[in-house]
Each structure stands twice: as C-alpha cells, then as structure tokens.
Design a protein around this ligand. Sequence first.
Ligand SMILES: [Zn+2]
Length: 275
Amino acid sequence: MAQEISRVILERAKSVGRLSVDQIMSIFELERQNQTDIDRVLTKLEGCTKLVLLDMDGTITTERFVSELAKATGKTEQLMALLDSENVDAATRSQDIAALFRFVHKSQFKQVARAIPIRDDVIAVVNALRRRGYKVGVVSDSYFVAAEIVRRRIFADFALAHTLSFDAGVCQGSLLVNRAFYHVDGCAEHECCKSNVLRYIFEQEPVLQQANVVAVGDNLNDVCLLKLAQRAFTIEPKHPALSDASITQISHFGQLLILMSQETAVPEDMELQVV
Ligand SMILES: [Zn+2]
C-alpha cells in the first residue's frame, strides 16, 4: 500500500513539474530492487512453518534465462564464449555476462521472462503447496527482473535474485549481488551461496530448522541449499553432485507433490493431487 501511495504522490509531483521524470524513474528503480532485499522477504515469512524454495533456471524453467535473452538480443555467440571461458571465477563471469547486456532495454528482459517455457505442473503444484500452508520462494542466481516475472507466473510468494541496474529503463551492465547470498556464519565452501538465504530465514523462524523446508534445484550452485533443507529434490540434474543420496530425483513437478504427501502424516486431500 505504501508503495502505491508513494507512486501516486510522485505521479502528482511529476504532473506539476516538481520532480523530473528521471528522478521518479530512479525512485521506482530503487523500489523495484528493494523487493528482493532479504528484510522485505523476511517480513513475508513471519510465522512461516512450511517453506518450499525453488531454483529458477532449469528447475522452474526448462531453459536458462541468460541463454534466452542472448538469443533474443543476438548475443548467443558472445554468451557461449563467456560461459566457456576458463580461468575465470564465477563472480567475474557473472559480471562479464551482465556487461554483455549493457544497453538492452528492460522491456526486452521482461519479454523474455514472460515467454520462457515453464515446466508442466509447476503452477498447479505451487498452488497446491500454498493451499497446504507452504510459503513458496524462487531463489535464483539469475536477474531479479526475470525472477520476479517468473515468480508471478507461477504464483509464488517471493523471489530472491541478483539485481541489474537500469537507468531510464536501459541496462547499465553491472550486477549487484543480493546480500542475502552472503552470511557471516554462512556456507563454509562459498562466500556467495544460495544456502545463505536459508540461514537468514532460519534465524528469523527457528522452527523451520526442525522440519518442513523443501528445496528443488538442478545444478551445482543449488547443492548447498539442497543439503541445508530437510527435503531436497532435483529435476533433470546438470551436475554429478546432484546425485547425492540426500537428494531425490523427480521426473516432473507433479511427482514432488506426491513424494511430499507420502512423507506427511496428514491425510491426503485428493483435490490437491495434480497427477
Ligand atoms: Zn555453498
């Protein structure tokens, strides 16, 4: 609501010429970025007792967002060269990929995020989980501008991802890593790690440390998060590390709901079965 009010006030100020359009755009941009701040997300999780965290690229979607964006902007070859480059650490590679999309308009990012294929049953499963009292979050190493659209498409509660800065709707080519991926007592293996997101959530909602946290991922950057959750699933895994005994492989999203149901003592509500 506060956001809506500030927008109305700003719109009015704009109409009487007290604020420049650029200033207003900057305020909207800050507000947009703020939506993926861990403090904002934690307020949505107050009192949460059941949580599902979903990776985006390759898990919710079948394709990688950056690959689809590169295709749409004619930058596939350059992207492939960056992805294949050796002796480059992950952080530098991420910045290099962000720089590749400098001057691409935000509308193009959004268009690609709206069009990227989503796996069958994801929407039905998220819907069923939310009706069972789960909060559902998208945790992605991709861009928030895309993760937020994918979140809305699947009706999840929140999205945590990294932000690209846009100036007047134009990508500036620099990536701001989400602070939720860093934690003072975080992952021993990685400074920047998806599992750290869950550590912030555990600190606020310690009850979740005992049970009812489910994570789904498909790649190496998901493994620490999957191991920290009580139940972990993978779909079309892209790395041998996902074959860990603690991670259950599923072939489609409907199976997730079935397997989760089998482990709960609560009688099944057949209405919630999607397959
Ligand atoms: Zn880690």
